[in-house]
Design a protein around this ligand. Sequence first.
Ligand code: 4NP
Length: 159
Amino acid sequence: MSKRASVLFVCLGNICRSPTAEGVFRKLVEQAGLQEQIYIDSCGTSNWHIGKGPDPRSLEAAASRGIDISGLRARQFTEKDLDTFDYVVVMDRQNLADVKDIWHQNGGTRPTLFLEYGNTDLAEVPDPYFGGEDGFEQVLDLIEDAGEGLLRSIQERMV
Ligand code: 4NP
């Protein structure tokens, strides 16, 4: 990977939160003019939705903020990701436990909770899959906030 930093967003299904995070963060990175420097991807800990596009509710919520994630396709997290990516950023504590199990065996990049980069008191991006439309708006709010913090953190390390 020839880019200077690489970021992997991880959730459970890779059809709601992490593709949203990928799309939002891609936009932030482009706005900062760093698209040639930062590689971005997302995946899920489960194999439930491999090959599928984002949930229609996530597509719509992202589109309402000018972000097109329709081209993304779900893939499953693999232990190799811990060797490939500089930042492995997970959405909730269950994702963290699942990825940490593999990290303990494999080593590599230590996974972190995405909202550690944000300004809210929440520790987790709540899973919106079984909830209503409001959940998808909240996911976007949390992701935009934490995404700005993550980008600042990466920029500080790149100088
Ligand atoms: P995500 O949301 O982890 O944010 O992609 C989910 C998507 C699908 C399921 C659960 C959460 N599911 O149970 O199929």
